[in-house]
Design a protein around this ligand. Structure first.
Ligand SMILES: [Zn+2]
Length: 240
């Protein structure tokens, strides 16, 4: 943990509940290791079919409590219109310089929803800008050491997975904190996954990624850098 840092790991995503779905179990695991975790949501969810931005703020706070994160904020970038602009980069830079994380988790850079893949590029460029002294936000520059990409929404082969087996139930509870999105109700019922089905979907996805590494439940990540090995006898995941 670096000096004045508010968290060791910061997860950035477009929408409230994206972090819960793609890396909530990983945040729980890092918390259990004694690391401090944080979440930056880029939008406030005002474009959602169900619930208001205020409902979702209360739900996000409850979810943050379940995940044990030490810091969570939502920016005011319009929901459904996440764009890679200088102004939006500066908003994220201000958050990065306040939290000063060693590791940043970003969404994967390709996918179906434009807000998701745009957040990936926007987040990466903000991490770069955050390290530049001439980008003046009135706070000291900070560049994260490591950027990894949460790839659960994307159908790509992960670089590695994180075993979330002990945390899968708490991750599910954090997602269910978004009652306006997942509680069974008639409004938008054609668009939303029923409460009973979300559990089966999320658990089976976690099981799929767990099987790739010989554990029960896992979350997938991609890193752009190559892996570096010290002791060959300590490389995990059995080959045959
Ligand atoms: Zn989303």
């Amino acid at each position: 943990m670096t000096e004045n840092s508010l968290a060791d790991v910061l997860a950035i995503a477009a929408h409230r509940d994206d972090v819960e779905q793609t890396c909530g179990g990983t945040l729980l695991r890092m918390r259990a290791l004694g690391l401090r975790t944080a979440i930056l949501d880029l939008t406030q969810g005002e474009a959602g079919t169900r619930g208001t931005a205020e409902d979702r703020a209360a739900e996000a706070a409850e979810s943050a409590r379940i995940l044990g994160v030490s810091w969570r904020q939502a920016l005011d970038i319009p929901d459904g219109r996440v764009e890679n602009t200088y102004e939006n980069r500066l908003k994220i830079v201000a958050a990065l310089r306040a939290v000063r994380p060693r590791v940043v988790i970003l969404p994967y850079w390709a996918g179906r929803h434009p807000d998701h893949y745009t957040s990936s590029t926007l987040g990466y460029e903000a991490c770069f800008f955050s390290g530049l002294a001439k980008v003046d936000t009135g706070t000291r520059p900070h560049r994260p050491f490591k950027i990894i990409y949460a790839s659960l929404y994307a159908d790509v082969r992960p670089s590695f997975v994180v075993d979330i087996t002990p945390y899968i139930e708490d991750r599910h509870r954090s997602l269910m904190a978004y009652k306006s999105q997942y509680a069974d109700q008639s409004q938008g019922s054609g668009l939303f996954v029923p409460e009973g089905e979300i559990r089966e979907r999320t658990f089976s996805t976690a099981r799929h990624y767990g099987l790739l590494a010989g554990v029960r439940y896992a979350e997938p990540f991609v890193q752009k850098e190559i892996g570096l090995v010290d002791d060959l006898t300590l490389i995990p995941v059995q080959s045959i």
